[in-house]
Design a protein around this ligand. Structure first.
Ligand code: NAP
Length: 441
């Protein structure tokens, strides 16, 4: 549309509903502005009335669990969280995995952990793969698996989610909303199990708040402005609200909001699909960085999972929400300087011009990252995103005396990430780059 009609339409407008020709025409007529999503998120928060602790049901302690039910263990955060829980507790981990059999599920978990360099054979006997699916009734568990877990699990660590910034709420709802309802149902079946819900600071619609807003952990009703949120963040917002509802019905719940979770601060092991790394990869391919007066958050995974595992084991913290984020954000110009120090030197271009270059690269060379990111970048007012601070008083209180703190976010950390990305073939080594003369000098 940008090429043929010279119109830029915000992506959320496209994804707000079924993209029929009629609706597309209406969006174009409105110039993409002022569109109304028919989705009312508050109406989506429906926790069936029978999902509540039975009167007099025993409540499991979060301390020293023997059996934990974990979702999302084949994902980035979940794999590291599983490794951390294996080494900080003696519990057996029953992991929900999309797989045809427990053997296949176990294999998927092991492969993921090996890829991140966190597989420990000594822990293998404490990992039980439970085939299932968040989108299915009763999580797709067999009757016996459900009743065994309902009777024996001491807690639930719900880290699984369909993490996708382009798909609309309607298609993410089954995994991220309905799946959370099922998790809460399991928590209330039999003994009441503490629920640990991994969420995101992006439940706050940053564009809807003034510059430099300080978001408190106990803020339960962040504004959700559909113009500036994605289906994914909307689904996480609804998921959180469901957990809060269960909290008010007596389920011990812990909500951990994290920001951009980045690689391990010592090994650099990192997932590759995050928007930041894709943008950096694109910048390296272009030999150019955007000049942007904004900052971004980067929180190493080892801090995230270390903090969650520590907070999760404390009964007196039940009912709280935690901002597990780095206390400092990184200014984009610093990030660009660290890249340049590492050898990824290039020219600096205004954001709009940089986006155009990305679009050209996509067209010229069919570069996949550029093709995927160019329309997203040019349609999202990233360079106008207000800066925000996420207060983490609950985290500081819960971690007091533990020695767990967020590592410094600096050039040395970025260097470890780049080295990891080069090792796994995601980024080219600087020495292999054909840098423009101006940059090389
Ligand atoms: N990464 C971040 O920077 C970040 C920031 C804030 C919050 N979070 C939260 O952290 C959690 C994990 O994110 P991530 O980055 O680790 O994502 P990820 O790598 O995409 O992992 C998602 C996990 O959820 C599982 N999953 C997805 N749909 C499922 C379904 N229908 N049934 C069963 N399992 C399903 C995936 O299983 P498959 O392997 O089968 O796909 C995978 O194990 C999410 O709740 C996310 O909201 C992440």
């Amino acid at each position: 549309m940008r090429e043929k009609l010279g119109r830029v339409v915000p992506l959320p407008a496209l994804f707000a509903g079924e993209l029929t020709i009629e609706r597309l025409a209406a969006i174009l007529e409105q110039g993409g502005a002022g569109f109304e999503s028919s989705l009312v998120l508050a109406d989506e928060v429906v926790l069936p009335d029978d999902i509540r602790p039975a009167p007099g049901a025993p409540v499991r302690s979060a301390t020293n669990p023997r059996h934990l039910f974990v979702t999302g263990a084949t994902g980035f955060v979940g794999a590291f969280l599983l490794a951390e829980l294996l080494s900080t507790t003696s519990a057996t981990m029953h992991c929900l995995v999309r797989a045809g059999s427990p053997e296949e599920g176990f294999d998927r978990i092991r492969t993921t952990m090996r890829d991140y360099g966190i597989w420990d054979e000594h822990h293998a006997g404490r990992i039980v793969a439970v085939p299932g699916d968040l989108t299915r009734p009763r999580l797709g568990l067999t009757d016996s698996a459900w009743s065994d877990l309902a009777a024996t699990a001491d807690g639930i660590v719900h880290c699984g989610a369909d993490v996708n910034f382009l798909r609309p709420y309607a298609t993410l709802k089954s995994a991220n909303v309905d799946g959370t309802v099922q998790v809460l149902a399991l928590a209330c079946d039999g003994p009441v199990k503490p629920v640990h819900f991994v969420s995101t600071t992006y439940v706050f619609s940053r564009f809807s708040y003034p510059q430099d807003t300080v978001f408190a952990e106990d803020d339960r009703s962040p504004v959700q402005d559909p113009r500036f949120t994605f289906g994914y963040t909307q689904s996480k917002w609804v998921g959180e609200q469901l957990v809060f509802e269960a909290r008010s019905r007596g389920v011990p719940t812990y909500v951990y909001r994290t920001g951009r979770v980045a690689g391990h601060s010592r090994t650099g092991a990192c997932q590759r699909s995050d928007f930041l790394w894709q943008t950096i990869r694109l910048g390296v391919a272009l030999g150019a960085a955007p000049t942007m007066d904004m900052s971004t958050d980067i929180t190493p995974i080892d801090y995230v999972v270390g903090a969650i595992a520590r907070l999760a084991g404390q009964d007196d913290l039940a009912g709280r929400t935690f901002h597990v984020v780095s206390p400092e954000t990184v200014a984009v110009p610093d990030l660009v300087r660290w890249m340049s120090d590492f050898g990824y030197a290039g020219e600096e271009l205004p954001f709009a011009q940089w986006c155009e270059r990305a679009a050209e690269l996509a067209e010229r060379e069919g570069d996949e990252t550029a093709a995927a990111l160019a329309p997203f970048l040019s349609a999202t007012p990233l360079d106008n995103m207000p800066d925000a601070t996420f207060d983490d008083a609950n985290v500081r209180e819960g971690l007091a005396g533990s020695g767990i703190s967020c590592p410094p976010i600096d050039g040395a950390l970025l260097r470890r990430y780049f080295e990891w990305f080069i090792d796994c073939g995601y980024l080219p080594a600087p020495s292999s780059l054909d840098l423009p003369e101006s940059a090389a000098s």
